[in-house]
Design a protein around this ligand. Structure first.
Ligand SMILES: *Cc1c(COP(=O)(O)O)cnc(C)c1O
Length: 402
């Protein structure tokens, strides 16, 4: 079937939950993806901060092929090797003592919220059930994860959600202190918010959350699904703050595109759990965890992380120097960057696509750059050349206000 016919088919057979451009992508290599007409695109989306090692990575492909020939799935009814090695590696390189595997970021949020409830019930009794979350948060689309996600457009069509969630303005220390009470079982926060507009937590804010959680016996959950695993130039975003959580959710890049999520936790949290409390048929399977172990080892490499910091600083410095039209603010850390503009971010994304660059949005007015972490300076130069063009084309009337 021709690409155009296939794109037309999407209109008929897929549930209309996504808006996609009329391009059919067929393959990728490194920093680039290709469409059915053989056109090349520079990828600064990376499958939404997922393909940290880029596309069609030979090391990843080799692990997929080898493990697929050995063992793909047995379920959590049995011990298999790869998830044990992966859990051991995650624990060795983090604050955590134990790991729970799942299949996505939303599932990781679900599990973390459930574990917090179980912990609070055992330790303090059934009254301590409240959650505190923040404006512009994003934790996923399932009912529990959605309940701590603030964006009204995501929530309202699906109400009623899980009760007992209080939203507090992000980075507002005093409001957070007041909202976190003896009734709070957990606080969930992204150290650097992704979908909500690339908002960086202040050190004082995360320190205050940690202190207040300790005062009232609430657990602190960091959602590092987007900002974790090297994206900001340290393995975990929390490292840059010197504040450690009790639970940490990870997902997006962990297996470079195969679906996996995980909750990292302290021993005290794990001690509240027992067989049967939570589970998943697919989670932690041998194929996905063998790939994740390979990916995780590469992301942990100090040389790799130094590269992310180096190109991240280069990207930020180049962006600041460009004086792009209609830009209000440039935010982020490492290779998680948001450009707040006066105007419609989707128009910029569309103009960039036409010019061979994949970028995405983080809300209506923020253009988000989350390239594969293997990006080099030359790719950044190429991307910013196209971005500048695209912004001048998409925001012509606004350029005079820049
Ligand atoms: C993407 C994302 C999620 C949800 O992950 P899914 O795998 O899409 O369920 C949760 N939290 C953050 C911070 C994310 O960026």
């Amino acid at each position: 079937m021709e690409a155009e016919a296939l794109i037309a088919l999407a209109e008929r057979v897929l549930a209309p939950t996504y808006r996609r451009p009329p391009v059919l992508f067929t393959h990728g290599e490194g920093m680039y993806v290709y469409d059915a007409n053989g056109r090349r695109y520079l990828d600064f989306v990376a499958g939404i901060a997922v393909c940290a090692l880029g596309h069609a990575d030979p090391g990843v492909a080799q692990v997929v092929a080898e493990q697929a020939r050995r063992l793909v799935h047995l379920s959590n009814l049995y011990h298999t090797e790869p998830h044990l090695h992966l859990a051991e590696a995650l624990v060795a390189h983090s604050f955590a003592d134990r790991v729970f595997f799942c299949n996505s970021g939303a599932e990781a949020a679900e599990a973390a919220l459930k574990f917090a409830r179980k912990f609070a019930r055992l330790r303090f009794g059934p009254h301590k059930t409240g959650f505190v979350a923040f404006t512009h948060s994003f934790h996923g689309r399932t009912m529990g994860a959605l309940s701590v996600t603030e964006k009204p457009a995501y929530r309202e069509p699906f109400a009623p959600l899980v009760p007992g969630v209080t939203f507090v303005p992000f980075n507002d220390v005093e409001a957070a202190r007041a909202a976190i009470t003896e009734e709070t079982c957990a606080v969930i926060v992204e150290p650097i918010q992704g979908e909500g507009g690339v908002n960086v937590a202040t050190p004082a804010f995360l320190r205050a959350l940690r202190a207040r959680c300790d005062e009232v016996g609430a657990l602190l959950i960091f959602d590092e699904v987007q900002c974790g695993l090297g994206r900001t130039g340290t393995l975990w975003a929390y490292e840059a703050y010197g504040v450690e959580p009790d639970l940490l959710t990870v997902a997006k890049p962990l297996a470079n595109g195969l679906p996996i999520g995980a909750v990292l936790m302290r021993e005290a949290v794990a001690a509240a759990l027992q067989p049967g409390d939570h589970g998943s048929t697919f989670a932690g399977g041998p194929l996905v965890t063998a790939v994740a172990l390979h990916v995780f080892r590469r992301l942990c490499d100090p040389t790799f992380l130094a590269h992310v910091r180096e190109v991240g600083e280069y990207l930020m410095a180049r962006l600041q120097a460009l004086a792009l039209p209609g830009v209000k603010e440039i935010r982020g850390r490492g290779l998680l960057v948001g450009i707040e503009i006066e105007g419609d971010a989707r128009a910029v994304v569309a103009a960039a696509l036409e010019r061979g660059l994949l970028i995405t949005t983080a809300g209506d007015t923020v253009v988000r750059l989350v390239p594969p972490l293997i990006v080099e300076r030359a790719h950044i130069d190429e991307a910013l050349g196209i971005l500048e063009d695209a912004m001048r084309a998409a925001l012509p009337a606004r350029s005079s206000h820049a």
